[in-house]
Design a binder for this molecule. Structure first.
Ligand SMILES: O=P(O)(O)OC[C@H]1O[C@H](OP(=O)(O)OP(=O)(O)O)[C@H](O)[C@@H]1O
Ligand SMILES: Nc1ncnc2[nH]cnc12
Length: 178
């Protein structure tokens, strides 16, 4: 596979919306890519190759609600690994671990089911997009506080100017840079 060529082509499928959802935000919409079945398949192939190459020891895929579920679940099936969700508060049953993290204004909470993370479990953490890095950092913290190890993070899009990756101490792999 010519990875660079494929990534260039995939980037063309991402639509951009100025001033959504707030003035000053340039929203990168990956649903325009998912509408094209061949582009979605190519994206899947690239995700699988990058994960196998860089995070070969992953034992589970954890996805961040909600757009992270789309890519995390595809990757889990392709890699033959369990899929585990990290959800916003009040959605998961059973015993939970929680982390509260900072948003631009205020705070939010992520939750994970305690029995989904066995001690030392090596996790591949997946989300659609890395902006300020607050969500991915909170996801890493939650996995590690639950006893797991973040072997690596994979995001489809990275907004490089926001320098979100500087907040994350674990390896971060991104497919499309904006
Ligand atoms: O790097 P950050 O500044 O934390 O931003 C990135 C996060 O923001 C979006 O999630 P959102 O909370 O909008 O959830 P959604 O996937 O449910 O739309 C996106 O899906 C990432 O999870
Ligand atoms: N600019 C952006 N586009 C799409 N999703 C986002 N989540 C956070 N920032 C975003």
């Amino acid at each position: 596979m010519d990875m660079e060529k494929k990534l260039q082509e995939l980037k063309e499928y991402i639509s951009s919306y100025p001033d959504f959802p707030k003035p000053g935000i340039l929203f990168r919409d990956m649903f325009s890519l998912l509408r094209n079945p061949n582009a979605f398949k190519d994206l899947r192939d690239v995700m699988v190759e990058i994960s196998k190459r860089n995070i070969p020891d992953a034992q589970a895929v954890v996805g961040l609600e909600s757009r992270g579920f789309l890519f995390g679940s595809v990757l889990a099936i392709e890699l033959g690994l369990p899929f585990v969700p990290i959800r916003k508060p009040g959605k998961l049953p059973g015993e939970l671990n929680k982390v509260t993290y900072q948003l631009e204004y205020g705070t939010d909470t992520f939750e994970i089911q305690k029995d989904a993370v066995t001690p030392g479990l090596k996790v591949l953490l997946v989300d659609d997009l890395l902006a300020t890095g607050g969500s991915l950092k909170a996801g890493c913290q939650l996995i590690e506080e639950s006893g797991g190890v973040v072997a690596g993070c994979l995001v489809i899009m990275e907004l490089v100017d926001l320098r979100g990756r500087d907040k994350i101490s674990q390896p971060v792999f991104s497919l499309l840079e904006f």
